[in-house]
Ligand binder design. Structure first.
Ligand code: DQA
Length: 137
């Protein structure tokens, strides 16, 4: 199966960014672990800090890939555009967050992704991505 992990803004800083919330491992490092654990999946990776680039990528893969694992980061809580892109495509999306957004500030309780996601996994640290891949087995 062909999957892609799409990470939104500031997730390129994983490992150095607020380690008490997001841990101290880089995503590239963790991705290597995931790729070898799930070597029967083809797992692409894309990260951008730019909303339109995330939308372009969702459109590009969203009619052919078997699954999208999306952590839209801060855009989760603000982006009507990403929400609409998910509505437009046919590939199922699993929404992922590293932290438990419901135990944090009120503005993180709103998601433009969830209403059109196949499912949501949050709060398990980087392991949330692992659990999301398992949902495609
Ligand atoms: C996040 C949660 C968001 O609220 C935040 O803006 C992020 C990361 C998470 O993975 O926990 O950047 O999506």
């Amino acid at each position: 199966k062909q999957l892609i992990i799409i990470n939104g803004p500031n997730l390129n800083l994983l490992g150095k960014r607020e380690p008490e919330v997001y841990g101290n491992q880089t995503f590239e490092d963790y991705l290597n672990t995931l790729k070898s654990k799930y070597n029967n999946f083809n797992i692409d990776y894309f990260q951008s800090n730019i909303e339109g680039e995330l939308i372009d990528k969702i459109q590009e893969v969203g009619f052919t890939y078997d699954g999208i694992i999306l952590n839209a980061a801060a855009y989760t809580h603000t982006s009507v555009g990403i929400g609409d892109a998910i509505k437009a495509i046919t590939t199922p999306i699993v929404e992922v967050h590293i932290s438990n957004t419901f135990s944090r500030e009120d503005f993180r309780h709103q998601s433009y992704i969830s209403p059109n996601a196949k499912g949501v996994i949050l709060g398990f640290g980087l392991k949330s991505y692992d659990l999301a891949i398992q949902s495609f087995i």
